[in-house]
Every structure is written in structure tokens, then in C-alpha cells.
Design a binder for this molecule. Sequence first.
Ligand code: C5P
Length: 413
Amino acid sequence: MNANDIAGELAGRHIVLGLTGGVAAFKSAEFCRLLTKAGATVQVVMTDSASQFMTPVTMQALSGRPVYCSQWDARPDNNMAHINLSRDADAIVVAPASADFIAQLAQGRANELLALLCLARPIGRAPLLIAPAMNREMWAHPATQRNVRQIAADGAQVLAVASGDQACGEFGDGRMLEAGELFEELIAHLAPKTLVGQHVLVTAGPTFEAIDPVRGITNHSSGKMGFAIARAACEAGADVTLVAGPVHLPTPRGVRRVDVVSARQMHQASVDIARSASVFIATAAVADWRPASEAEHKIKKDGSGEVPQLAFIENPDILAEIAQSPRARAGDLYCVGFAAESENLEANAQAKRARKGVPLLVANIGPATFGRDDNALLLVDDEGVIELSRASKRMLAQQLVAEIAGRVSGAAA
Ligand code: C5P
């Protein structure tokens, strides 16, 4: 995870990072670094067992603050570290959370500082995220599973465990998530839940139209904007399906991805998924035409100097077709189109909005966005024009999702 990608994501947030005993503590060192790079202030709290795996000095250096290890710490004027620490937190993340710590939480015990502050936290205001880390047998044990259910019922968010090689030499479930995954979980947890109950379909990336088994026609779309939108929609609480053309981008956490190659495959997948979607955001740069026929074998140069003649046929317009579907016309499916223009952004966007029959059209200057990490957008709808000024695609995706959520909930009201 690149520092530039996350700069400012957690500006103004205060995170209490709790460590309990587990070899996965080394991942929490990296997680702490990500939190501070994202602009958060981080207060580390460690149990005695955690200090066997990672020194408080290391965590102090990474967080830039003295670490708390004991409820008898005399630093707070009021001698109430557990109250002060939990009152200031925007979120408390316990990573790694040992089986014993989870058992303590399940019982509401408070015999050391970290468990004490979790119990003392204002439940409605300070979310508690638990990242379990333990041997696979300990994780699968009925007592642990019972405790996990109990703390979830008591208001904690228990993060998933990963499967793989374990420090003990065994293989299975119980590994703690990686630092980047913990970071994404936290960001998602803190995002406003504006799209809960919505099923959002996003198309992204280019398409590839085969000429023969080894050649084809494609374009420069990187898919970054669509992937960022899928991620932001998922963080906003939507159920998200991303239909992706050929790109090498990681799937955002929590997003269902369907990989396609050609425009016809993207069309088929999108039409199927749109039947149950409530929002459709078409960011893909779909090829307008494809070769009229795909040669069965590689077209060979035969030395005669003759060049092959390609004939083209038009691809289906996925957005226009779905926007005219009965569900979209009835207002059950809100459609958003994108337009990559090279000039006259507003006029072209208005014309395209009418042509596609969509309520919202998002325009950008194609050459100024393809492959880049930043962009600037112009939103055109019935009400007029809204400009989202140049920013990272990540930030623009969050703003766009908020705009769409406002329109969708407005329509439902
Ligand atoms: O017509 P144009 O390609 O400029 O339209 C762009 C918008 O239409 C984008 O939202 C794009 O994803 C969508 N589109 C589509 N199917 C096509 C062509 C474009 O869904 N065949």
C-alpha cells in the first residue's frame, strides 16, 4: 500500500491500537505506520503478553506517542487511563486479538488496561474492531467460536481471519489479516453508510475485441476510476458487483468481481446482473466496434505485400440498453454514465446524457485521465452541473458515491 494513496484518509481521526500476545504483532507495526501515514493519531495500548512479541519502544517510535501498558500508569492526572483512552477514540482496533483476550471480552472482564478500556468504552461512539490471530485449532475450538459470537452480539466488529501457513508450522484458518487489509477494514468501517440496502453494478476497464487468437483491439482505459467507485460504494454499505474488462488491478475488499474480455461478454454479464441491481454505474471504456469475424488461426504475413482488410460491426451499447430496461424506466434501477471527451465537456455531456437516457452523466477529459491516479469530473443531471475539482480517483469516487447516494435516497423518499 503506497503512502501517497492513503495520505489524508484518516486525517483528524484518533485510533487506539491495542496489541495482545501473538506472533502476528509484527503486522501491527506496519498497520500502525499506515495509520499515521494516513493522518491519524495513534495511541498504542499493549498487554504484558504483547510486550513479549513486540517492544513498546518499537510501537512508541512508530506511533510517535508513549505506549500505555498498565492501568496503574501514573501519567494521567486523573489516574484513569482506561476512561481517557476510550473517550478520545474514533475507533479501537485490537490487532492481534488472542483467544484469551477474546474470552476476556466475552465475559466482560477487565483485569488489565486493554480489556478495561474496551469495557469502559462508550459503545455507541467508539467502535471496537477485533482482528483475531491464533492457531487453527484454537480458532476452531467451540469455546473461541462461542466467544466470537458473544463479542459480536455485544457490539464488537470481529474481522475475518485468513487461512495459510501458521507460525506453529500448521496450516489453516486463524492467521491475522495483513496490515493493508486491516487498514481497508478500518476505512470501510468509518465510512458513512449511505448505500446500505443498494446493489450496485459497476463496469470498469477496457474491452478487448479479438481479431485472431493472438491479436485484438483495445484501448488505454486503466479501470482505476471504476475500481475506486466499486470500493467506495462497498465502503458505503452497498452490495457491489464489478464487471471488469482485462485489467491487472486488485479487487477491492468485499466487492464481487466478474472478469470479462470482450464487449459482448461485458454486455451479457451486465444485463444479467442489472436484473437485481438498484444502481448501475457504467465506467467501462467499451469498444464501439469489433472485427466482424474472428479468424480461427493467426492471420499470417505471406510475403505478398497484401494487407488484411478488417470489417467492423457495432457492439451493443450496454448503458443505453440497460437504461431503457423496464426496471430502469420504472425508477428501480438508477443509471449513471461516464463520458470521456476531449473538448466542450458540458455540451457533450448533456448531449450524451440525453442520447443514453440516463439521469446522471459524469464527464471527464479522456486524455487527462487515462492511466492516471487523479482526475476531475463534471456531473450533469436534470438539476444542472456540479464540478468535482481535480483530486485522486479515490477521493472523487467517494464524492461521486455520496452524490449518487443523495439522488438514490432522494428518489426513494
Ligand atoms: O458512447 P460512449 O462510449 O461515449 O458512452 C460512454 C458511456 O457509455 C460510458 O458510461 C460507457 O461505460 C457506456 N458504454 C456502454 N456500452 C458501450 C459503449 C459505451 O455501456 N458499447
